[in-house]
Design a protein around this ligand. Structure first.
Ligand SMILES: NC(=O)CC[C@H](N)C(=O)O
Length: 199
């Protein structure tokens, strides 16, 4: 039982500060992860929203991709929002052929899936396991989950509009991902859910 779990937040690019602030509000301690050594001793890992191609390239250049893969495959709980979801996917669509991922989630994720007209939008998404009504979800050039493997639980789907029914929140064991950015809305339930997994 860890009352104040230590969460490593991958800090190469993206909305690192926002994730750290919400995690700390939930009673977690956080550490910015830019080097493999900084993964030592973390109880969980958060992969922020940002630009997944940039984050993956920087992670590769800094020698972090291998250690991140090993950590997630080895059972380190992880939560990814938006670009973070892309980084956790085992397979990508609409990505550069050489785009690498950390993997760990048995899903096919389509990048920038919602298309130009709805580049960014907001919607209410019911997320399984989060009490208190739907999450106000902010999508920014967001991916969606196109296919899920047998071990993957769908936690939430878009309801209504052109993307009706699209999967935007998933979980496989202790690996969780959302297409949207709860770190930007003041709704702390997604982070609470993740921090509770680590306790
Ligand atoms: N808000 C985001 O994280 C956008 C993700 C971005 N479109 C990507 O492919 O990485």
């Amino acid at each position: 039982m860890v009352s104040a779990p230590l969460v490593g937040v991958l800090a190469l690019q993206g909305d690192v500060r926002e994730h750290r602030a919400v995690l700390e509000q939930q009673g977690a301690r956080t550490v910015a992860v830019r080097r493999p050594e900084e993964l030592a001793g973390v109880d969980g890992l958060v992969l922020p929203g940002g630009e997944s191609t940039t984050i993956a390239k920087l992670a590769d250049r800094w020698g972090l991709l291998g250690p991140l893969r090993a950590a997630v495959r080895g059972g380190l709980p992880a939560y990814g929002s938006c670009a973070g979801m892309i980084l956790l996917a085992n397979r990508l669509l609409d990505a550069p052929a050489d785009q690498q991922t950390i993997g760990g989630l048995d899903v096919v994720v389509r990048r920038n899936a919602f298309g130009r007209q709805v580049d960014s939008f907001e919607s209410e998404v019911e997320v399984a396991g989060l009490p208190g009504g739907p999450v106000h979800a902010v999508f920014i050039r967001a991916p969606w989950v196109e296919e899920t493997g047998p071990g993957v639980q769908v936690l939430g789907r878009v309801s209504g509009g052109p993307a009706d029914g699209r999967i935007v929140a998933v979980r496989q064991g202790d690996v969780v991902a959302t297409s949207f950015h709860p770190e930007l809305t003041g709704d702390t339930r997604m982070h609470r859910f993740f921090v509770d997994l680590l306790r």
